[in-house]
Ligand binder design. Structure first.
Ligand SMILES: *Cc1c(COP(=O)(O)O)cnc(C)c1O
Length: 343
């Protein structure tokens, strides 16, 4: 049976071109700054994102952690959405390892933080209070239906932050999904954030790795923080080689994933007992709710028996993610299987 795996875009496998690039990569000791393939990936990433410099790290979690450790000292506070990946799904690393306090405010359904909520959460100068240092955004917003934040929104947050002498970090794990969905270059967003992380290992299909981008000075300090958390890798060009192929060949095709997700959402909306608003699904992530007695786990188990894997995200909440391993026909098959499993 051919499995249709909609659990995450992290299940994507390296392409044949990536494997060839990995096998032939020129390498050196990256901790000494001597891996030519890592250096090239960092240059390509910085130039695509239009930041001065970039740092190759092991994962999106490490990219966000290193970013926060670089921006903040122990006891500093950051303003972050209550549905942010960095708050919910990164093991509390900012607090556990960085002594950084997450001040959560509600994520709106479109993944934004209301500007008024941000303003109200910024601390003044008071001997009782931890200082606010940073505002953390997420684009696309994973838990908010993969919503892309707009460049205009990024600008508004950036203006607000910089007027109060705060910095902005963007968890851009899927920033290229946002760029493709809105039809703008990624630099349209990134000009309004002091630092940004993005993943190579999700929709871009590389096996490992993320990049953190920012000013030259910021990245120099981030390099020290990466070493501190054990992220100094040696002949990392082996994996960076796949990342270069990812950036060069896998970005434009994300539009196919978005079209497939839209088709999936429309098909799901027509199935009795499933609730979702297809208009909210603008990228490759589809969330839906079960309105009857069937639980998400039961549905996932039934669908899995027919070769369709979906993510359980709550008692009656499911997440399905499209990616390059999912073809248009797979969407039709998945809809048939889910329809049957709902009965
Ligand atoms: C996946 C993800 C991360 C973390 O990436 P890992 O490589 O899995 O550590 C961070 N932020 C968002 C929004 C993500 O979806």
């Amino acid at each position: 049976m051919n499995t249709i795996d909609l659990r995450s875009d992290t299940v994507t496998l390296p392409t044949p071109q990536m494997r060839a690039a990995m096998a032939n990569a020129q390498v050196g000791d990256d901790v000494m700054g001597e891996d030519p393939t890592v250096n090239r990936l960092e240059e390509i990433a910085a130039s695509r994102i239009k930041k001065d410099a970039a740092l190759f790290v092991a994962s999106g979690t490490m990219a966000n952690l290193v970013a926060l450790l670089t921006h903040c000292a122990r006891g500093d506070e950051i303003i972050v959405g209550d549905k942010a990946h960095s708050f919910i799904n990164e093991v509390g690393g900012m607090a556990a390892l960085g002594g950084i306090i997450p001040r959560t405010i509600p994520n709106q359904p479109d993944g934004t933080l209301a500007l008024g909520d941000i303003t109200n959460a910024i601390r003044g100068d008071n001997v009782h209070w931890p200082p606010t240092k940073l505002i953390a955004l997420e684009n696309t917003h994973n838990a908010c239906n993969g919503s892309p934040l707009t460049p205009e929104y990024h600008k508004a947050v950036s203006d607000l932050a910089h007027a109060r002498n705060l910095r902005v970090h963007t968890d851009g794990a899927r920033i290229f999904n946002a760029a493709v969905a809105l039809g703008v270059p990624a630099s349209e967003f990134t000009q309004y954030t002091d630092s940004i992380s993005f993943c190579l290992s999700k929709g871009l299909s590389a096996p490992v790795g993320s990049l953190l981008c920012g000013t030259r000075e910021f990245i120099a300090e981030a390099r020290r923080q990466r070493k501190m958390v054990g992220g100094g890798m040696r002949q990392a060009g082996i994996i960076a080689a796949a990342g270069i192929v990812a950036l060069e060949t896998m970005v434009e095709r994300l539009a196919d994933d978005h079209a497939n997700a839209r088709r999936l959402a429309e098909g799901l909306a027509a199935i009795p007992g499933i609730a979702l608003d297809p208009a909210r699904m603008k990228t490759n992530i589809v969330f839906f709710d079960l309105t009857g007695a069937l639980t998400a786990r039961q549905l996932a188990e039934r669908a899995a028996r027919d070769g369709v894997l979906i993510g359980v995200n709550g008692e009656r909440r499911i997440r399905a993610v499209t990616h390059c391993g999912i073809a248009r026909e797979d969407i039709e098959t998945a809809l048939r299987v889910i329809n049957r499993a709902m009965k």
